[in-house]
Design a protein around this ligand. Structure first.
Ligand SMILES: *Cc1c(COP(=O)(O)O)cnc(C)c1O
Length: 415
């Protein structure tokens, strides 16, 4: 289909496979399960291996079904290239495996997904100097920069306390200093926000969450926005230096992280994620509206001590979130009054399911300090603003009235 017209977000995703060479008229990219790819001409195999012509060699480095998803994510993020991984952590781990060396320094927001926090501690144990800063204020990021800072890493809306990083100012600072800016866009998704617009060079998406949306497949992605000058990145190995400057970063990530560490996304999971992504925009509209309704109701209740949601005027970064994001996200967290036991409350919910995923079509709830943030201990939790009674809510696409009834009814039954 030779159609170069610029379409909207959802139209682009739905018709992307069809705009490529289609197979048997299939509207979805078929699931290619073959691990290897044969060539009639051995010279062609050699030239694919040498990167002189495009083609697939072995499933660990790439697969046609996964490539179709990578292309969709690139379009969603308005980037130049995407590499998919078996999980979101696989994508973040790739930053460590492919782009850092002992003696390097990174600056990371201290308000982080728990496993990313754990990964940076692993990096620190292997000779990477890590500075954790409060990234809601660019001044803290600036003060932490060193001559050997390789990248600055932030989440758009931090999971679970919903702090919003000072994205535009950090992007401008990184551009000025020539430092790679990496943004984990999982909580906003490319539908609510494109990190490229604030100067991010790399974008992380945990595809497992809202992009897939159904909770039936794990996956992650790293997208190159094309803004960062890889020729200026010190850790590119000589064999990747031979490539065009714009291609060096992703070529090294694909080789060092995907080929050498093997956190490859399988074709079946890629298919499930691609199908889910078709309805991303519709689901985000609904989940964000539901989240705002629930957060507003709970904030007005005197039995609730605090509600953290960037859509509320009381949120410290409400203004920045309103300027940058199409909507304030589908996740909020809240604290009950001290005399109310959070487990008693959660057990009275009939729709909110105690579970640890997020971005699902169903509403999921979790007592943060006792589960996903248990391992790090009370001191680190306190530094991240995590109260012991904090409940995280990943809001689904249920009917709004049913959710309000469920969360309000459980409060009446508990307190
Ligand atoms: C879940 C999550 C990840 C990790 O994704 P997985 O697919 O579970 O490995 C990374 N960052 C954020 C913000 C997340 O919520």
């Amino acid at each position: 289909m030779n159609d170069t017209k610029h379409y909207g977000f959802t139209t682009t995703i739905l018709h992307n496979d069809r705009r490529k060479p289609i197979e048997q008229g299939s509207l979805h990219k078929p699931i290619h399960t073959s691990v290897t790819f044969g060539y009639g001409d051995a010279r062609q195999l050699a030239s694919v291996f040498q990167g002189k012509e495009p083609g697939f060699r072995y499933g660990r480095q790439g697969n046609p079904t996964v490539a179709a998803l990578e292309d969709k994510v690139t379009k969603m993020e308005d980037g130049v290239a995407t590499i998919c991984f078996a999980t979101g952590m696989g994508a973040i781990g790739a930053l460590f495996q492919a782009l850092l060396k002992a003696g390097d320094h990174i600056v990371s927001s201290s308000f982080l997904f728990g496993n990313t926090n754990s990964l940076w501690n692993t990096a620190a144990g292997q000779g990477v100097d890590v500075s954790f800063v409060d990234a809601t204020d660019v001044a803290n990021v600036e003060a932490a920069l060193k001559p050997n800072t390789r990248f600055v890493f932030v989440e758009t809306i931090a999971n679970p306390r919903t702090q919003v990083a000072d994205l535009a100012r950090i992007g401008a600072l990184c551009r000025e200093r020539g430092v790679l800016f990496v943004v984990d866009n999982t909580m906003t998704t490319p539908y609510l926000f494109r990190p490229k617009n604030v100067g991010a060079g790399l974008v992380v998406n945990a595809l497992t969450k809202s992009i897939a949306g159904h909770g039936i497949a794990l996956g992650g992605a790293l997208t190159d926005t094309g803004l960062f000058d890889w020729a200026a990145y010190p850790n590119i190995a000589p064999n990747f230096r031979k490539l065009a400057p714009g291609a060096q970063g992703m070529a090294q990530v694909r080789a060092k992280a995907l080929r050498d560490f093997g956190a490859s996304l399988g074709p079946e999971a890629a298919h499930h994620i691609a199908v889910g992504a078709e309805t991303l925009a519709l689901r985000m509209e609904r989940t964000c509206a539901n989240a705002l309704a629930l957060a507003t109701m709970l904030e007005a209740d005197e039995r609730v001590a605090a509600v953290h949601y960037p859509g509320l005027a009381s949120h410290p970064q409400h203004q920045i979130a309103s300027e940058l994001f199409r909507a304030p996200g589908s996740l909020f967290s809240f604290e009950l009054r001290e005399d109310i036991d959070c487990f008693d409350y959660l057990n009275r919910l009939k729709l909110g399911i105690p579970a640890s995923n997020l971005g699902d079509t169903r509403t999921l709830v979790i007592p943060v300090a006792h589960t996903i943030f248990f391992e790090m201990g009370a001191e680190r939790r306190a530094s991240m603003g995590i109260a012991e009674s904090l409940i995280r809510v990943s809001v689904g696409i249920e009917d709004t009235a049913d959710l309000l009834d469920d969360f309000g009814g459980a409060l009446n039954a508990t307190a």
